[in-house]
Design a protein around this ligand. Structure first.
Ligand SMILES: NC(=O)c1ccc[n+]([C@@H]2O[C@H](COP(=O)([O-])OP(=O)(O)OC[C@H]3O[C@@H](n4cnc5c(N)ncnc54)[C@H](O)[C@@H]3O)[C@@H](O)[C@H]2O)c1
Length: 318
């Protein structure tokens, strides 16, 4: 891969910081714009090839200034607002206006590749499982609606955009979803319950391998599903956490999904494999166990959710 000047919006977040850990040692120069809404400066190292700008991508002047000074060749658009599902203005400011600012600044700037990270909530309540990439978008949460609008602006910008519709990615610093919740509560001897929902889980190494592939292949364009294509219930996740911790746990209640939740989200990655040759390599069990080993070593940090009906016991999506 050629040496990149890589702009990562939201680079202090979970996915962004893992991408930095991967790309910085390879000799690329990286600029991060992050307002620390859910990310943390401490997630990033202090190294000469990494510049971190504190601010919002909704700030048009800041974005323009960053492009002028840094002159990126590649962009991974990872910034997203979701932590208060009732704060529609913040979600649209970051997820719509922020995406527009990145698109506008990129136009005419010779950007070779712009990767957008998209939530599977863009599909709303799917009518087909696994969800093919051709499934219509029908988001109904503030996060889903705003991320879908942002993605639409990027796609029609004329830029070399690939938008990846992602499964639940597991890896270092994951602070959302059932895995950290169960791990934390079980270790604290607290009760748990599971929502009656099914999700697909993807290991960070599989996520990074498709980003690698897309950054080096300028031919791939458009929208792609990124997942294993395998669904697992939240109860399956609970059972894996229990077995990893070697706890004796009584049967837990399985409750119906909240009203802003989706019962089954499993993305169909077959088109992605056809177009790029990529497929996930890490099994469900290893994905969960890798995650739990990381919590053993580093602990669980803050937990956020974009679901209004969720609480610390019931979190399903990234
Ligand atoms: N992690 C997953 O499993 C998953 C699944 C589907 C989609 N995604 C998408 O991937 C991206 C990264 O997700 P993540 O899991 O790393 O979340 P995250 O919350 O850890 O990272 C998002 C980052 O964006 C930053 N941010 C928020 N508003 C901003 C603004 N206005 N300006 C600049 N920075 C801002 C946050 O501080 C944070 O560091 C998001 O776009 C998300 O929608 C993630």
């Amino acid at each position: 891969m050629e040496r990149m000047k890589l702009l990562i919006t939201g680079g202090a977040g979970c996915l962004g910081s893992n991408l930095i850990e991967h790309y910085l040692p390879l000799g690329h120069e990286i600029l991060v714009i992050d307002n620390y809404a859910t990310g943390k400066r401490e997630a990033l190292p202090t190294l000469p090839n990494l510049t971190v700008v504190e601010g919002s991508i909704a700030d048009d002047n800041l974005v323009k200034e960053c492009f002028k000074k840094f002159v990126p060749t590649h962009i991974i658009h990872s910034a997203a607002a979701y932590k208060d599902p009732a704060d529609w203005a913040e979600d649209s400011s970051t997820n719509v206006l922020g995406a527009i600012n990145i698109a506008k600044a990129s136009q005419g700037a010779g950007i070779k590749r712009l990767i957008n990270l998209q939530t599977s909530l863009c599909f709303g309540h799917p009518t087909q499982i696994p969800i093919p990439i051709s499934h219509p978008t029908a988001p109904f949460t503030s996060y889903g609606i705003s991320k879908t609008a942002g993605e639409a602006y990027l796609i029609q910008s004329g830029l070399p955009v690939v938008s990846l519709r992602l499964a639940n990615i597991c890896g270092p610093r994951l602070a959302i979803g059932p895995i950290p919740t169960f791990y934390q509560r079980l270790k604290a001897n607290k009760n748990c319950f599971c929502s009656d929902t099914v999700r697909d889980f993807l290991d960070m190494s599989d996520f990074i391998s498709i980003i690698d592939l897309i950054l080096s292949d300028e031919g791939v364009m458009g929208v792609l599903n990124v997942s294993t294509g395998e669904g697992h219930s939240i109860k399956d996740v609970f059972n894996k956490v229990v077995s990893y911790l070697q706890f004796e746990v009584p049967d837990v209640p399985v409750l119906p999904p909240g009203k802003d939740d989706v019962a089954v989200v499993v993305l169909d990655p077959s088109e992605t494999e056809k177009i790029t040759g990529w497929r996930a390599k890490i099994s469900f069990e290893d994905t969960i166990y890798n995650q739990l080993q990381w919590y053993d070593a580093y602990g669980v940090t803050d937990i956020y959710s974009h679901l209004a009906s969720s609480d610390n016991l019931r979190r399903n999506d990234g």
